[in-house]
Write a protein that binds this ligand. Sequence first.
Ligand SMILES: Cc1cc2nc3c(=O)[nH]c(=O)nc-3n(C[C@H](O)[C@H](O)[C@H](O)COP(=O)(O)O)c2cc1C
Ligand SMILES: Cc1ncc(COP(=O)(O)O)c(CN)c1O
Length: 190
Amino acid sequence: MNTPFTRFAEWLAAAEATEPNDPNAVALATATPQGRPSVRIVLLKGWDEQGFVVYTNLTGRKSLELKANPFVQLNFHWKTQRRQIRIEGPVEQVSDHEADAYFATRPRLSQAGAWASLQSRPLPDRATFETRLEEVLQRFPDEIPRPPHWSGWRIIPESIEFWQDRDGRLHDRELFTLGTDGWTSGLLYP
Ligand SMILES: Cc1cc2nc3c(=O)[nH]c(=O)nc-3n(C[C@H](O)[C@H](O)[C@H](O)COP(=O)(O)O)c2cc1C
Ligand SMILES: Cc1ncc(COP(=O)(O)O)c(CN)c1O
């Protein structure tokens, strides 16, 4: 069957072998219901044919936009590979169970940070953040539970485009689209 997932696995593995840092870094574009876009880098923390999972604060800008308009585009760009992958589709929140399991794998400081950070809101000074962090570490001397405002978004792919650099800007582009009969693909002019 012609699906984009084998290719995605190959390209991610190639990037893992050559990228100096964060081969799983991906630009996540969201938009308000009025169509004003915003984009930021996040880390891909899981993927399969059901979707691509990233974790974040649920009250920051990206999550507020996703709650109002649950559609995104992801863009991986691996400079060492001269490759780009764009993934488009709706999002859903991951289950509490899935988010708990991932949160439990994070280092204690990252877990505390998830409680202490009011992501995307104004911070008067660094000391305010560090005081909040101290309070969290004292409040949870043992295990730190996942904050209710921190979870994952699953991007459910409806289209995936693979872009490979070629000489003279004569690049290869292949667009996979999910239809009622499964995935089909075709080429695009560069
Ligand atoms: C390499 C890299 C990886 C990042 N990974 C994440 C991530 O997985 N989750 C996250 O919430 N923010 C991550 N950030 C921070 C985001 O880019 C962003 O600053 C933050 O999520 C707030 O975005 P927002 O205000 O649009 O919600 C990362 C930044 C960089 C540069
Ligand atoms: C604020 C924030 N939240 C979540 C993540 C996700 O990665 P990790 O779970 O490995 O911290 C990152 C990664 N840079 C981050 O900056």
